[in-house]
Design a protein. Structure first.
Length: 605
């Protein structure tokens, strides 16, 4: 069997030729090594041990189990099981989002299919697409906006209504057939799309959409919405007009008037009295201020138009240099394209046209175009307005306030003047934890919010969030030890910094409350838990799980056998009791244990 990594690389190389159509993809699903690579990718995920509608999990992975899947694919009897439908609450909304949880075997096979599709399509995706792609994230999308939306007059905020649930299955298959000439592979994806779901023990058919939660839904959604990316690229070419904006004649006059007054003043400065110098300086400042209120080019030039576009999953934003009528036309054209070509509908309530002097909301950030007239001295010594018409990324106040409320770290009181006042609270859920766990929870929550908003122009505002979290932590410790905040500070603070000692195998160590500051980061972090998919570098790491099974030795009873299975648990800290297998897993510090079938039965008994 070929090395799966070499297969994926070969597919990527061929995909660079846009006219190439892929054949014999289905035979790759007969390769057991693909499934072990897929298992390595997904076993550590939070949902890997969540049972599907059939009640099975990834616990018990073995060569025999993989062989059964392969055999069903060979004789075409493989049939995906219906996903188990669950609903998760949307943030800051009473509505819930449907989530489809596939069975464990379907998760494994979908991961293999996803790797193959990703190798074929990733090269063809546009730079304007950032969702569910390697080395891309929310932050890379925001940084692209910051670099390309300079000078925009209008934002078109776009949101597709029930996007993942509305994908037309026939369009999905039609798009796949453009690049894939393997009917067996296409039919397998068709089976996944039509698998249906179980809700309240009732089977429901799926007539459209890809289930959120399935392994192939991210790549299929990008293939589907890639059509929008291509349309916007072509639309941009047809929309743009002119090479540069017309010069502003009023600014030219003001600039010449100021320069002339400045030059004549320098020539006769030595002959002026103190009072004359004072008057002339005031007059020059007045002329400079008048000049700065103007732009070097005309504000609205009908002969110059530009458009920029960025998409993250089903959310997109368009920056328009032009009139409001232009922005409305852009919105109408996108709406028409989505309906006619992709059978998708834009959400009227969430799709807005916003003037760039106001704030548009995208990916949890407020985005605006600065009109600041502040000047800066450049490296060449020139005084310039460097902050005028540049993009500003800002932290919305309600985001960090809602986080505090979500953590139950504060309560809001209204003063007599009607102003809000935040009062820190102790967190009951953390009170019974170890001291180091309490501190680690607060530090992780602060660091997590800061990491997301670190590229904001006002990232320092996360410091307000951190300060309220600090007093919530003080109150949590005070509640735990039945004392007050003043006593907790006296016990734990060294030079006003909360410091905690804890014991490890290597000896006593100390750690502190978060102290690394909230300075703005100029570059985006290309990795985040939300949108990063596996890359070849990750694939190429040694697959220790496969090696442990291939060794042919039970890690519990040490017997030699070829019939080995992987016992898996959700979290190591959830292990209870003093059983031998529990002790071995704790010692190994792994949530997987390679055991023979006899030992596996004993573990579950």
């Amino acid at each position: 069997m070929r090395n799966p990594i070499e297969v994926l690389k070969s597919l990527t190389e061929k995909s660079k030729n846009e006219d190439y159509r892929f054949q014999r993809l289905y035979r790759n699903l007969y390769n057991p090594e693909f499934y072990w690579l897929a298992y390595k990718n997904i076993y550590a995920n939070k949902g890997s041990m969540t049972a599907g509608a059939d009640g099975t999990t990834l616990d018990g992975m073995s060569d025999e189990r993989i062989e059964k899947i392969i055999q069903s694919l060979r004789n075409r009897s493989y049939k995906p099981k219906p996903a188990r439908r669950e609903y998760i609450a949307k943030k800051n909304s009473k509505k819930k989002r449907p989530l489809g949880i596939p069975s464990s075997d379907d998760k494994l096979l979908q991961e293999v299919v996803k790797m193959i599709l990703e190798s074929i399509y990733e090269v063809t995706f546009k730079k304007t697409s950032h969702g569910f792609r390697p080395k891309r994230s929310c932050q890379t999308a925001l940084k692209q906006i910051q670099k390309t939306f300079t000078g925009a007059n209008w934002f078109v905020e776009g949101d597709i209504k029930a996007c993942f649930d509305s994908f037309d299955h026939h369009i999905v298959i039609h798009l796949l057939r453009k690049r894939i000439d393997d009917e067996a592979f296409i039919q397998l994806i068709w089976k996944f799309l039509k698998a249906g779901y179980m809700e309240q023990w009732t089977f429901n058919k799926t007539y459209s959409g890809v289930p959120q939660g399935s392994g192939i839904s991210p790549i299929l959604s990008n293939i589907y919405l890639h059509q929008l990316d291509e349309y916007m690229e072509e639309y941009q070419t047809n929309f743009e007009k002119g090479t540069k904006k017309k010069a502003n004649p009023e600014y030219k006059k003001a600039f010449k008037r100021t320069s002339y007054y400045r030059c004549t003043g320098r020539k006769k400065w030595a002959t002026l009295t103190h009072e004359e110098r004072k008057n002339r300086t005031a007059k020059l400042r007045e002329l400079e201020n008048t000049e700065r209120t103007m732009t070097t080019t005309v504000p609205i030039d009908n002969e110059y138009k530009r458009i920029q576009y960025v998409r993250y999953c089903d959310d997109f934003i368009v920056g328009v240099i032009g009139s409001k009528e232009d922005a409305e036309q852009v919105k109408a054209d996108i709406k028409e394209f989505l309906i006619s070509k992709l059978k998708l509908e834009m959400s009227e309530s969430k799709t807005k046209i916003t003037h760039t002097s106001d704030r548009a909301r995208f990916l949890g950030y407020d985005i605006t175009i600065s009109r600041s007239q502040d000047t800066t001295k450049t490296a060449r010594g020139h005084i310039q307005r460097c902050q005028s018409y540049v993009v500003k990324l800002l932290v919305p106040r309600e985001k960090w306030v809602n986080k505090l409320i979500e953590y139950k770290a504060i309560k809001i009181k209204i003063n007599e003047n009607g102003k809000e006042r935040y009062v820190a609270l102790h967190r009951g859920k953390l009170v019974n934890k170890e001291d180091i766990e309490i501190l680690a929870s607060y530090n992780a929550e602060i660091r997590g919010l800061y990491n997301y908003y670190s590229i904001a122009n006002d990232s320092f505002k996360i410091g307000i969030f951190a300060n309220l979290m600090k007093y919530s932590m003080y109150k949590t410790f005070a509640n735990k030890y039945k004392t007050n905040v003043h006593e907790i500070k006296r016990r734990y603070c060294i030079n006003d910094l909360f410091t905690l000692s804890y014991m490890t195998k290597s000896g006593l160590k100390t750690t502190t409350f978060y102290k690394d500051g909230f300075k703005r980061k100029m570059e985006a972090t290309k990795y985040d838990d939300v949108s990063t998919l596996p890359q070849y570098t990750r694939y190429m790491k040694t697959n220790t799980l496969r090696q442990r099974v291939a060794n042919g030795v039970c890690e519990l009873c040490q017997c030699k056998t070829n019939e080995l299975e992987i016992h898996q648990v959700k979290k190591l800290k959830d292990l209870k009791g003093n059983s031998e297998w529990v002790a071995v897993m704790r010692k190994m510090r792994r949530k997987t244990l390679v055991v023979c079938t006899t030992c596996h039965e004993l573990i579950h008994s």
